[in-house]
Write a protein that binds this ligand. Structure first.
Ligand code: AMP
Ligand code: MN
Ligand code: MN
Ligand code: MN
Length: 278
């Protein structure tokens, strides 16, 4: 019998709403059997998730989602089955977190300059640390009734070209893949249809990713439409990449992603877990 997989999710250790324990419980409740917590640029939630999973039959895969650059585009690469203790990966993630700290201060200043004070303090307080993401600023703006919802906060203030935006010196895509390899993991291109690249550029991205050592791409994820799933399945065949599945769940009030509602992989796909010994 085939298992139910969800290999992409977030907790309060990055921009998710649930603790790793609550997230693991929600995954079990949703019928998921193989699960990965893939917080942005950190593995710090893994020990708690593992402790919660150990009380059940859920199989937890150590994972992380790394923000990186590829030819002026912001790209996310997921590392699955990484060794959380690997020093090269840990050093890389610490660099990324330092970037988040500095960018958070810049976003705060940018917002202050346009008459939105205390956003940095507010975002840090929501995040519970200085390692903040844009969703924490968006939540602060919703709380302050500056915007009606998170989407609007992004659209009006936080995306490129808007006043709150601050660029980041993320690592290069090839570096992210190297860290994942050093930690014995498999690199997966996250939500490829979401980058709004032309099909020519998307193919180039996936070819470059494969040359750098990437092995898989997400086919089924909450951000992909049924049409995206078909297009990505074809691309994965053409680029000879394995297929991954992950909700990208951030919490009950964030985004459209829900646990346990993923469609099956198209039959032409070879799943990333085809040779996993679980
Ligand atoms: P950051 O990593 O701090 O740049 O923030 C990126 C995160 O913000 C993503 O992982 C999503 O969780 C969220 N996000 C990105 N774009 C949007 C959007 N347009 N509306 C709502 N959330 C978004
Ligand atoms: Mn996120
Ligand atoms: Mn992502
Ligand atoms: Mn994600």
């Amino acid at each position: 019998m085939s298992l139910c997989y969800d290999l992409h999710s977030h907790s309060i250790y990055s921009d998710g709403e649930l603790t790793p324990t609550a997230l693991v419980h929600a995954a079990i409740e949703a019928g998921i059997q193989v699960f990965s917590l893939t917080d942005h640029d950190t593995l710090n939630g893994y020990p708690e998730a593992l402790a919660a999973a150990k009380e059940s039959s859920l199989i937890l895969i150590p994972g992380v989602e790394i923000s990186c650059r590829w030819r002026h585009s912001d790209i996310h690469v997921i590392g699955l089955r990484v060794d959380p203790a690997n020093t090269l990966l840990q050093a890389g993630l610490e660099r990324q977190q330092q970037q988040r700290i500095e960018r958070g201060r810049l976003i705060g200043k940018n917002l202050e300059n346009i008459g939105i004070p205390h956003a940095h303090v507010g975002a840090c307080s929501i995040a519970g640390s200085e390692i903040v993401g844009r969703p924490h600023f968006a939540k602060f703006m919703v709380q302050q009734k500056i915007v009606p919802d998170i989407q609007t906060a992004f659209k009006k203030y936080l995306v490129k070209g808007k006043p709150g935006y601050a660029p980041m010196a993320w690592c290069d895509m090839t570096e992210a893949v190297q860290w994942i390899h050093a930690a014995g993991g498999q690199a997966v291109m996250a939500h490829p249809a979401r980058y709004k690249l032309t099909s020519k550029r998307l193919r180039l991205l996936l070819q470059n990713f494969k040359s750098a050592g990437g092995v898989a791409m997400e086919i089924v994820t909450a951000n992909h439409t049924p049409d995206d799933v078909q297009r990505m399945a074809l691309l994965s065949q053409q680029c000879e990449l394995l297929a991954s599945v992950g909700s990208d769940f951030h919490g009950p009030t964030m985004g459209r992603a829900r646990l346990g509602f993923l469609s099956p992989l198209p039959s032409t796909c070879i799943p990333i877990w085809h040779d996993w010994k679980l």
